[in-house]
Each structure stands twice: as structure tokens, then as C-alpha cells.
Design a protein around this ligand. Structure first.
Ligand code: KG4
Ligand code: ZN
Length: 350
């Protein structure tokens, strides 16, 4: 069984072909980072246009690399949401066209489910497992019970963790994507230099939010600290120029430490809640772009030494076509195919 996966929901145009023996026959990702860098975040219109320009070439290249033709495919899997609507439309229409011309089944994949299932492609992971999904667009803790069966235990009520990294990096004058730059600079910083708030945890205000995240207060705290250190009102253009490299490094290290403490606290609460329901978890999967952060990964691993903590290889943790193709394989095996009138779903809860 061979399935092509198409991903265009954010700022990566990605195509991959996978077989049911977990062989990745091709996995091409065209990142648009350079197009969005000057804006400090993804610009939806620019993203959609770029997907249009590159997607057909990427599909042809992908088939050539896998040394197969459209006719050899068993199904077409595509991200149908959630994501930026322009991009999702580009991918979904392309997938529908191929499916209709070559008379292949269409599999409309939920992007979040694809992230959730990636560890079953790369590692031998069995249901149920706990999933921490942390990227620029997503921030949630999920209980994965089976294909198409997930329970959201917690999510962000404002910014995603990757977004908090990106916004903090922007305030420090660091390049997008911010997470990479912050992790690097943090290496030379003192993580105990500054005390940042842990919203929802410090206040312990609401038992409804035991597994949720709130990060906008943390972002504001960084901004205030910069104002204090520079002794001036914050300005995106000039403030960071007044900070020394050491000050920036200390902010990065302290910020990263706070984020990891927040994550660990939320995961602990999730496990307690599941334990009370007699659901015993032995595997914790970390997926999404922030999973690339070694500091955070190591802190989590050290804290949960009774769990097997798994993170797919970075290339499969950030948005890619292989995860879409794999979700396609998992669903196709269960005859979960979709009709050609499947509508794009910019918002699509798991
Ligand atoms: O999964 P992804 O490629 O795209 C989506 O957002 O869906 O994740 C990108 C996000 C960005 O916010 C980026 O800053 C963050 O992942 N990221 C990191 C690291 N590498 C990427 N955050 C922290 N540490 C990293 N090393
Ligand atoms: Zn994603």
C-alpha cells in the first residue's frame, strides 16, 4: 500500500509518499521561512500564494524520488484542516483533482491527528498514550485512544507555546522562528536570573484549567523586564539594541526554564486526572516544532522517569507530508476514506 500525503496548512509546502511497511519513499518539505521572516510570523496570503507556486512541482518530484507514478498510489491523503484557510484550500483542491483524475480514494486528514500519529510511524507506540502537541499554531495535551479517537485534556487559552517563543524572540531582535534562536542563546544564559510568572499555575485560580496553558502574561512579563532593563518604554525597533548579549541570553534561559516548568506542571495534572480514571499511561509523545527544543525535552524526560518519553525525529516533528501520508495509511487500513465534496475545515477540533 502506497499513499501520498500533502500538507499546506501553514508555512510549509510538503509532500511525502509512504508505504504500509513504514518506508518513507520520499519526503519533501519546502519551508517558507524566508518569505515570512521579515514579518516575524506567517502571513496567510503570502503562504497561500507560495503553496500554489510550488505544490505541483513538489508532487512530481516526490513521485520521481519514490520511483512511482500516480497510478501506483492507493490513496491521496491531504490536510483538510485545521489551518490557514488559503493554504488548506490549495492542498485539498490539488488532492481532489488527483483523486478524481486517477480515480483514487481521498483521505481528508486532520493535521492534529497527523501530529498525534507520527510516533506510531517512527516508534512502536500503542494506544492509549499521552500526547503533548506544542508548535507555533498548536498547544494541547491529548489522550490518544485510537485512530479517530482523541480526548483533549488541556489547551492554551491564548498563545501557543511556539508563538510565545516567536514573540519573545521578536522582542529580543532574534530571527524567526524564534524557538531555535532562543534555545541557542539560552545556552550562554543564567536560567535563574529572572523570575517569570507561570499564569494559571501561580494563581491556581480555577480548577477547570488544571491542564490548560496561558502564555500571554509571560510575554507581557518579558516586555516589562526589557523596559526595566533598558529604562525606557518598549519599542520593537530599538529596545533590543539596548540589551547586552548576556542580558538577552539570561532572558532566553529564564524564559525557557519557565516554559518547561509550566509544561511539566500541566502534564503532571493530566496524569493525575487520568490515573483517577484508572487510565494508566506508559508513553508520552512530544510532537510539534517546539519538540525540537532539547532543553525542554530533557527536562520533561528527567521529570517523568517512569514514562517512556518519545519525540519523533525533528524532521517529522515539524510540519511535513510524511505525517499526513502516515495518517492516511492508518485511516485507509480502517476504510476511513472521504468523499470528493469534503469541505476545508480551517477550524477542526480533534
Ligand atoms: O510545527 P511547526 O513547524 O509549525 C507549526 O507551528 O505548526 O512549529 C514551528 C514552531 C515555531 O513557533 C518555532 O519557534 C518553534 O516551533 N520551534 C522551537 C524550536 N524549533 C522550532 N521552539 C523552541 N525551541 C526550538 N528549538
Ligand atoms: Zn503542525
Amino acid at each position: 500500500m502506497k499513499i501520498i500525503g500533502i500538507e499546506t496548512s501553514c508555512d510549509e509546502t510538503a509532500v511525502a509518499i509512504i508505504d504500509d511497511q513504514k518506508n518513507i519513499l520520499s519526503n519533501l518539505v519546502n519551508s517558507q521561512i524566508d518569505l515570512h521572516q521579515q514579518y516575524g510570523g506567517v502571513v496567510p496570503e503570502i503562504a497561500a500564494r507560495s503553496h500554489v507556486e510550488i505544490l505541483d512541482r513538489l508532487i512530481v518530484e516526490s513521485l520521481a524520488q519514490a520511483n512511482i507514478d500516480f497510478d501506483d498510489l492507493d490513496a491521496i491523503a491531504v490536510t483538510a484542516g485545521p489551518g490557514l484557510i488559503g493554504g488548506v484550500i490549495v492542498g485539498l483542491m490539488m488532492a481532489k483533482t488527483i483523486a478524481s483524475v486517477y480515480k483514487k480514494p481521498l483521505i481528508a486528514v486532520n493535521h492534529l491527528e497527523a501530529h498525534a500519529l507520527t510516533a506510531r510511524l517512527t516508534n512502536n507506540v500503542n494506544f492509549p498514550y499521552l500526547l503533548l502537541l506544542i508548535s507555533g499554531g498548536h498547544c494541547q495535551i491529548l489522550l490518544a485512544k485510537g485512530i479517530g479517537s482523541y480526548e483533549k485534556l488541556g489547551q492554551t487559552i491564548d498563545d501557543a507555546i511556539g508563538e510565545a517563543f516567536d514573540k519573545t524572540a521578536q522582542m529580543l531582535g532574534l530571527p524567526y522562528p524564534g524557538g531555535v534562536a532562543i534555545e541557542k542563546l539560552a545556552l550562554g544564559g543564567d536560567q535563574n536570573k529572572f523570575n517569570f510568572p507561570k499564569p494559571l499555575i501561580d494563581s491556581d485560580f480555577d480548577k477547570k484549567h488544571l491542564c490548560d496553558f496561558s502564555l500571554s502574561g509571560l510575554k507581557t512579563a518579558v516586555r516589562r523586564l526589557i523596559e526595566k532593563l533598558t529604562n525606557a518604554e518598549f519599542c520593537h525597533r530599538t529596545s533590543h539594541q539596548k540589551l547586552s548579549l548576556q542580558q538577552k541570553s539570561d532572558i532566553c534561559a529564564s524564559f525557557q526554564k519557565t516554559i518547561s516548568q509550566i509544561i511539566i506542571n500541566r502534564l503532571e495534572n493530566s496524569l493525575v486526572i487520568l490515573n483517577r480514571r484508572n487510565i494508566n499511561i506508559s508513553q508520552l509523545i512530544i510532537a510539534g516544532g517546539v519538540a525540537a527544543n532539547r532543553y525542554i525535552f530533557n527536562k520533561i524526560t528527567a521529570n517523568f522517569n517512569n514514562l517512556s518519553v518519545i519525540s519523533p525525529p525533528i524532521k517529522l516533528c515539524t510540519d511535513n507530508g510524511a505525517m499526513i501520508a502516515w495518517a492516511g495509511i492508518e485511516r485507509f487500513k480502517l476504510n476511513m476514506v472521504d468523499s470528493l465534496d469534503f469541505k476545508p475545515r480551517p477550524r477542526w477540533e480533534l
